[in-house]
Every structure is written in C-alpha cells, then in structure tokens.
Ligand binder design. Structure first.
Ligand SMILES: Cc1cc2nc3c(=O)[nH]c(=O)nc-3n(C[C@H](O)[C@H](O)[C@H](O)COP(=O)(O)O)c2cc1C
Length: 277
C-alpha cells in the first residue's frame, strides 16, 4: 500500500483504500493525519507564529469577500479566569497556550453600511449562516496551518454552553456571537486518528441516497469499536440510558442527540442582534 493509501485507510479504519492520487505532499498528509489534541506542553506559541497562523485563517474563502467574522485571541490570564467557569467541560481554558474565539460578525457590515450611507437590509438567517460559515472556515484554515507548524488544536463548542456570560466577558457587541473556540499548543501527547464514516455514507453521487445507511452504520460501528472500544466511564449519560456493551459510536450519537443541548442559543441570538427570518 502506498503511504497515501495507508493514511486514507487509517482515516476510515478500513484495511485497504482505493487507488488514491496524488502522492501525499505535506498538506495532504497533514490533513489525513490531523487529530484534535487537548494536552499541551507549557511552551508558549510565539506571537510571530500566531500572526502567521491568523493570516492563514484569514486566507480561507469568505462569502463575497464580506469577511463577516472576528477572532478574539484571549491572552490575559484574568480573562481566561473569567471564562473558565463558563466552560466547565473544558479544563484547559486557563492553561492552553493559545485560546482563540471565532465569532460570526454581522456588526461590521452594518457599520460599513452606516459609514457609506446605505441601509443594511440583510438582517436575516442567510447572513447568520454566511457569517457562521466564514468563522468556521477561518477556524479550519487556522487548524490546518497550526498543525503544519507542529502545533495541535481542539475546537470548543463548550464556549457556547454559557454563551451570554462568554459574550459579556469578551465584550461581544450585538451582531457578534462565538461560533467556536479553539485551543492550541505544542503537543504533550501523540493523540490518534479518529475514524470517519466511509465515503459511501458521507458522499453521494448525483443524488442523495441513504438507502444502505443501517448496514453501513453497523459496519462502521464495528470497525471503530475494534480500534477504539469505549470504556464504561466514557459512555454518555449512563444514569439516563445505562451502560451498553458493546457501546458503539452510533449509540453515543443517538444518546447525545436524545437530550437537548444549548436550547438557549436561539433566544440569545435574537436578543443579541441577529434576525432569524
Ligand atoms: C464546531 C466544533 C466544536 C467542538 N467542540 C468541542 C468541545 O467543546 N470540546 C472538545 O473537547 N472537542 C470539541 N470538538 C472536537 C471534536 O470533538 C473532534 O473534532 C471530533 O471528536 C473528531 O475528532 P478529531 O478532530 O480528532 O478527528 C469540536 C469540534 C468542532 C468542529
């Protein structure tokens, strides 16, 4: 198996990969071996490197070049200390060498309309979606660049657990909301490649077709389980759903989706200057 085929096989947890081209250059290999990592050394990330990585983040495509996002780099330990109790599921808020918050930003466009004397008539769900996609792409590009530089990262939706408080601490004005945080630093562990669904599930040719989903998910569950069996302590909501044996990926997905998460987001967005029309 070529190196590229082996990386693709590992990404799906399959023994073999179809012929794949081109040969793995640094970017392709980096993407195929990317993994979220939450354990970092204490070594700082130099500001000059951070500026380069932020330039890479801003190199992402952005809807009509509107650039409807902002990134808050949280450097002040006092700010980190204020955020930590608002993101209880993430224990590294204060210690991670880098903490960035990628925000959808509809405020800047409104201000530019004011500056140029035009009305802003696009306060709607499409703007919210465009700004959210912009922020997410910037985060993705930052991750790719950071990994290429030898850093490791983990995105954080936990920053939205108490979104009102986080917006307050970061001084986010109306029209700006945190899509996701990102922590990063130099790796203190190797981490692992997390297997993805096969392309036969995630990719459709010409028309959407999930007629084989059940069999495909069963096979994916078993494949993942053979590589990473989940110990009982990592099962979701055992108090509510008990312990499953085996505990497959799809059981975890279904348990997570069975309980409402962050139901407060819609009200927050409406209060915080977004229209959902
Ligand atoms: C929008 C988004 C939010 C995420 N939020 C969290 C989070 O709050 N805490 C966390 O530990 N990981 C978080 N992750 C990381 C995912 O858990 C991780 O990407 C996923 O399990 C796949 O693993 P991998 O990135 O190692 O391939 C998030 C990822 C994304 C894209």
């Amino acid at each position: 198996m070529t190196a590229l085929a082996e990386m693709i096989a590992n990404r799906y947890g399959e023994g073999a990969a179809p012929d794949a081209a081109p040969p793995p250059n640094g970017t392709v290999a980096g993407l195929l071996e990317r993994r979220s990592l939450r354990a970092y050394t204490d070594a700082p990330v130099p500001d000059a490197l951070l500026r380069t990585l932020l330039a890479c983040a801003q190199s992402a495509p952005t809807k009509s070049n509107l650039q409807q996002y902002s990134i808050v780099a949280v450097k002040d330990p006092a700010q980190r200390a204020r955020l930590a109790p608002l993101c209880k599921r993430t224990s590294q808020i204060e210690s991670a060498p880098l903490l960035l918050v990628f925000c959808a930003d509809a405020r800047r466009g409104r201000r530019i309309c004011e500056m140029r004397g035009h009305p802003h008539t696009n306060d709607n769900l499409d703007t919210l979606l465009n700004a959210t996609v912009d922020a997410a792409l910037a985060l993705g590009f930052f991750v790719v660049a950071a990994e290429a530089a030898g850093l490791r990262c983990a995105p954080l939706s936990s920053l939205r657990d108490e979104i009102e408080g986080v917006a307050d601490v970061l001084g986010l004005p109306g029209g700006v909301f945190p899509v996701a945080g990102l922590m990063a630093g130099w790796p203190a562990a190797e981490g692992y490649v997390n297997q993805r669904l096969p392309q036969s599930v995630a990719v459709h040719t010409d028309r959407y077709d999930d007629s084989a989903l059940e069999a495909e998910i069963d096979a994916y569950d078993r494949r993942r389980h053979a590589i990473f069996p989940q110990p009982p302590e990592r099962q979701r909501h055992p108090g509510r759903f008990g312990h499953a044996d085996p505990y497959y990926w799809s059981e975890g997905v279904a348990r997570q989706l069975a309980l409402p998460e962050r139901a407060q987001l819609r009200d927050f967005l409406l209060r915080h200057g977004f229209a959902l029309d």
